[in-house]
Structure formats: C-alpha cells, structure tokens
Design a binder for this molecule. Structure first.
Ligand code: SF4
Ligand code: SF4
Length: 233
C-alpha cells in the first residue's frame, strides 16, 4: 500500500502489479494471495479517496508468459489514457491539494489498516466470485471513518514501563518515575499497550474518532504512587 501511495503522491496515473499465478508462489508466505487481497482493499480505499479504482490493477502471470505481459501493459495503458489525468479523470473531481492531503492521511494509516484487516489480507481466495465483494465499500468507509487512538490517562499511569517495553515501534515516551505518553505521530494503533497495561492500573483508553487530550507539561509528569497516597491519607 505504501508503494502505491508513493506512486500516487508523485502524480503517477496508474499502478500495475505483476505477481505469479495463485498457488505458484516460490515462498511459503504465498505473498501473491496477499497481494491480490491488498489490491482489492486498496481499490476500495481509492474509491474513498475519490479516485477511479481502475488506476490500480494486478495481473497474475508467469515469467514465460511474455504475451500476457505485453497484452496487460497495452490494455492497462489504454485504460489509463481513457480515464485521464490523476484526480481529474473519469469519475474524479479532486484538487491536487485535496489529493495530497488524503494521500498523507492514508499513508499514516497504512500500518493500522494492515493490523485491522490482517486476517482478511491473509485469506487464500480460491474463486473469482469471491473477489468483488471481499472488501465492501461500507466496511472500508467504517475502517477509515472510525479511526481509533490510544491515550494514557495521566491520573492512572504508574510508570511501570510495561507498555513502553512492548510497543513495537517505540511510540511511548518512557521516563522512569514519570507518566508515560504516547507519541501519536509514531503510534501505529496496534493496541498492544492497552492489552498489556496491568488491570490494577487500567491507565490506557481506546478513543474512537475523538481528539487525544494533550499530555501534561514535562514538569508535571512525576508519578504519585498510589500506595504512597494511601500512606499519607
Ligand atoms: S497502540 Fe501500539 S503502536 Fe501505539 S503506543 Fe500502543 S503499543 Fe505502541
Ligand atoms: S503499562 Fe499502564 S501503568 Fe504501566 S507505564 Fe504504561 S500506561 Fe502506565
């Protein structure tokens, strides 16, 4: 998805992906199934962005099928020319600024989209009949319109550091004895931190379509231990 977005951000009018025939991947990962699913998902994302999904195509072919390669390139280029320039073509009315903003937004969400749709992306579809509605328009609208964020409640965090140790992308600002903070620009929204925060602290909240409250100023991040509070009381 990131490669497609990078091409679109550079004004490329269409993206063609070539992959081996299903069941003929040389690797145990069977990445071509995932590539097909990813293309199906990304076509829906393109619709959400206001782009014609025909700008993206995947063609399964083997190294010996030069005729398929030539036919594919010719028909794809013909179709892209029919559609017209990116953002102003068939079924599209989106300014360059709007498009760039949307590309930047979706680019930030790529890891989140992959986490949320991981199971479906790994599915091995066998029949072409399954393809068309594998990812529905409604499903993708929901995915992109109800984006989650994770927030550490300064009043509950006890700086046990568990979340910071388990975050896969080092998105949690972790200082010993200080309230932990999620760097929202780095966070890929995987949800690991909320799963590992000890239930006795329960300091992390999942927000849906809500602005994340700003973190406390740096000089007000010292943790007041719950036990000490009790002792003073
Ligand atoms: S949601 Fe995932 S990426 Fe974001 S802070 Fe928590 S563990 Fe890190
Ligand atoms: S796991 Fe919970 S209590 Fe521990 S540092 Fe993270 S947010 Fe704070």
């Amino acid at each position: 998805m990131s490669f497609i977005l990078r091409a679109l951000s550079k004004g490329i009018d269409g993206v063609l992906i070539g992959a081996c025939h299903l069941g003929e991947c040389n690797y145990i990962t069977h990445g071509n199934y995932q590539a097909v699913n990813m293309v199906l998902l990304f076509k829906r994302i393109m619709e959400h962005m206001g782009l014609n999904p025909d700008r993206l195509r995947i063609q399964l072919m083997s190294g010996s099928e030069s005729n398929v390669f030539v036919e594919t390139i010719n028909s794809f280029v013909k179709r892209i020319k029919e559609i017209g320039p990116l953002g102003k073509g068939e079924g599209e009315t989106i300014s360059s600024e709007e498009l760039n903003t949307k590309i930047a937004e979706i680019s930030k969400l790529v890891p989140y989209i992959k986490v949320m749709k991981n199971e479906k992306l790994c599915t091995h579809l066998e029949s072409k009949d399954q393809y068309e509605e594998f990812f529905t328009k409604e499903e993708v609208e929901k995915l992109l319109n109800e984006v989650v964020s994770y927030y550490i409640d300064p009043a509950k965090c006890q700086a046990c550091m568990t979340c910071a140790r388990r975050c896969p992308v080092d998105a949690i600002i972790s200082v010993k004895g200080q309230i932990h903070i999620i760097d929202q620009d780095k966070c890929i929204k995987c949800g690991t931190c909320i799963q590992v925060c000890p239930p006795r602290f329960n300091a992390i909240t999942k927000l849906v379509n809500e602005a994340v409250p700003p973190p406390p100023p740096e000089d007000q991040r010292a943790v007041v231990r719950k036990t000490k509070e009790k002792e003073v009381a």
